[in-house]
Design a protein around this ligand. Structure first.
Ligand SMILES: [Zn+2]
Length: 88
């Protein structure tokens, strides 16, 4: 993506920004903040670079696995929805 990348929704040039991505996996909610992205100032569409998105997905998978294996070691099951926040 370069500076001339335009929003496919409305055709406005997008700007660099940091966004928050939320993943819901089972009972887990994983929020990844400070993700570098292109943001449309007009309609708010967010575009994450494919390579970055792939890395974030992998990171989220790892975190979910770790949390689940930790939860299994607890004598009492976690009954509250889990909220995990990762700052990229
Ligand atoms: Zn737009």
């Amino acid at each position: 993506m370069n500076a001339s990348f335009r929003c496919p929704e409305c055709g406005q040039p997008v700007e660099d920004g940091l966004i928050e991505m939320v993943f819901e996996v089972g009972d887990n909610r994983v929020t990844v903040s400070n993700v570098p992205a292109k943001v449309c100032p007009n309609c708010g569409q967010e575009f994450v670079d494919g390579y970055a998105a792939e890395n974030i997905n992998r990171l989220v998978d790892r975190v979910i696995e770790d949390v689940d294996s930790y939860a299994k070691k607890m004598t009492r099951p976690l009954i509250i929805p889990r909220q995990i926040v990762i700052t990229a």
